[in-house]
Write a protein that binds this ligand. Structure first.
Ligand SMILES: [Zn+2]
Ligand SMILES: [Zn+2]
Length: 254
C-alpha cells in the first residue's frame, strides 16, 4: 500500500493510538500518502448521540492536530485532512462550511445512517428491512451526485441488512455503482469489514463492480495504527480483487 484515505483517530471513541502514531506507522511501512478521515461530527438533533464520532467541539482540535503533523512530516509523507461523513440533506451546508473553514483536503462518503443517527437507521442493521434498499439507494445517489466526496467507503454495508441477494439488490447495486463511475467517485473495498468478518466486502456486490469496471480503491479503515500494516487483510484483499478481475487504483489525484 502506498496510500490510505480512510484513517480514524481516537476521537471517534472506538479507535486507538495517537494521531502521530498513525503517521509513524505509515512512514515505517512505506506509505506515501495518509489521509485522516475520522467520523464526522454533526450538529445533532434531539436524541441523536455522538457515540461513534467526535463531538462537534473537538473538530477544531482535530484539524489543528492533523495540520501540524502535515507540516512536521512533510518531507516524509503527504498527510491529508478530511472527514468520513454521511449524506444528511438537512446538514450538508454545515459540512461544506467546515470543510472550507478547516481547509480540508477531502471528504469520504460513509453512508452509515439514513437521515438520523439512531440504532434503527444504521444501514448495517436496518430496522425497516422492506425499505432498506430504497433508502440506501436514495442516500447513495444523493451523496455521489453532491460532488463532495472522493471515495464511497464500504458501499456494500447495506448487505448486512438484507437476507437474500435478489434482483432488486443487484439492480440497486448496479445503479449506485454506475453513478459512482459517472461521478468519478472511487468505490472502496473496505478492510475494516474484512478484518472483522463483518459481512462486507460482500462478493456479489463486487462482482457487479467488476462487470461495470467502476473505479476501485482499497481502504484500510484504520482504527488502530497497526491496521496500516496488517499484511494479512491487505494481501487477502488484493487476492480477492485480482480473482474478480478488478483494477485497483492505488493513489487518487490531488
Ligand atoms: Zn469507525
Ligand atoms: Zn471508517
Amino acid at each position: 500500500m502506498i496510500a490510505n484515505y480512510h484513517t480514524h483517530t481516537m476521537r471517534c471513541k472506538h479507535a486507538f493510538g495517537t494521531d502521530e502514531e498513525y503517521v509513524l506507522e505509515a512512514i515505517k511501512h512505506g506509505y506515501k500518502t495518509l489521509a485522516f478521515t475520522d467520523h464526522s461530527p454533526w450538529p445533532l438533533h434531539p436524541f441523536e448521540l455522538a457515540s461513534i464520532r467526535m463531538d462537534i467541539s473537538e473538530l477544531a482540535e482535530y484539524a489543528d492536530s492533523i495540520q501540524l503533523l502535515k507540516k512536521k512530516y512533510k518531507d516524509e509523507i503527504d498527510i491529508k485532512l478530511g472527514l468520513e461523513a454521511e449524506y444528511f440533506e438537512d446538514r450538508m451546508e454545515w459540512l461544506v462550511r467546515m470543510k472550507e473553514l478547516f481547509e480540508m483536503d477531502l471528504l469520504i462518503f460513509g453512508n452509515h445512517f439514513h437521515q438520523k443517527i439512531t440504532h434503527g437507521t444504521y444501514y448495517a442493521f436496518y430496522n425497516d428491512t422492506e425499505q432498506v434498499l430504497d433508502h440506501y439507494k436514495t442516500d447513495s445517489l444523493a451523496g455521489l451526485k453532491s460532488g463532495l466526496f472522493s471515495i464511497f467507503a464500504h458501499p456494500d454495508i447495506f448487505a448486512r441488512s438484507i437476507r437474500v441477494w435478489d434482483d432488486k439488490a443487484e439492480d440497486m447495486s448496479r445503479e449506485i455503482i454506475n453513478c459512482a463511475k459517472e461521478q468519478g467517485v472511487y468505490l472502496e473495498f473496505n478492510l475494516g469489514g474484512l478484518r472483522s468478518h463483518a459481512g462486507y466486502p460482500y462478493l456479489p456486490f463486487w462482482k457487479v463492480v467488476s462487470q461495470e469496471k467502476a473505479p476501485t480503491i482499497i481502504g484500510i479503515d484504520a482504527h488502530s495504527p497497526s491496521d496500516l500494516s496488517d499484511v494479512r487483510s491487505i494481501s487477502e484483499a488484493k487476492r480477492i480483487l485480482k480473482e474478480l478481475n478488478i483494477q485497483v487504483t492505488e493513489k487518487i489525484a490531488d
